[in-house]
Design a protein. Structure first.
Length: 168
């Protein structure tokens, strides 16, 4: 982050990101975004915009088919109300890209290096669990691998967005 002043919160997030270890860490770009790949399983977008006192973690779950029934949309949205299941995460839908994603935000002041790592680890595990649940809901347990391969284009979009500061 060289072209503008970083906030204290962004400096903390950068220190946590850089401490993640060889090949895993990074820093927020000028737009306050960092793209990480967690254990080659899932792409994470970490963001902390200037003026925000929060850090957010989001990920792509899968591309939704155009022919998805309204009942399945209702089932997916209902997951946001199941706090025991979603553990504070929130599903979101990118209508333009037809992508279902997962998001969590936390106040930077409530975190330290260890709790930030735990947040990333827990988020990754929850995202993988929700992927399996949604796969079962949508495809009877057979379509997730296919949907994940279909998502490669969006994964590339996320990486480009993280590097260029676009909204994913």
């Amino acid at each position: 982050m060289t072209t503008k002043q970083i906030t204290q919160e962004q400096a903390l997030v950068n220190s946590w990101l850089s401490s993640l270890g060889a090949g895993q860490g990074g820093v927020l770009n000028d737009q306050g975004i960092c793209f990480l790949v967690a254990d080659n399983e899932i792409g994470l977008i970490i963001s902390s915009s200037s003026g925000s006192q929060q850090v957010s973690v989001s990920t792509h779950l899968l591309n939704l088919p155009i022919s998805l029934s309204p009942r399945l949309y209702e089932e997916l949205l209902a997951l946001n109300l199941d706090l025991k299941f979603n553990k504070g995460t929130c599903l979101f839908f990118d209508k333009k890209m037809r992508v279902l994603g997962l998001l969590v935000s936390r106040d930077v002041a409530t975190l330290d290096n260890v709790s930030f790592r735990n947040l990333l680890d827990n988020f990754k595990e929850k995202a993988l669990e929700i992927k399996v649940f949604i796969d079962d809901l949508l495809y009877g347990g057979t379509g997730l691998a296919h949907a994940a391969h279909q998502a490669d284009g969006y994964q590339q979009h996320l990486g480009h967005a993280a590097r260029s500061g676009e909204q994913a």
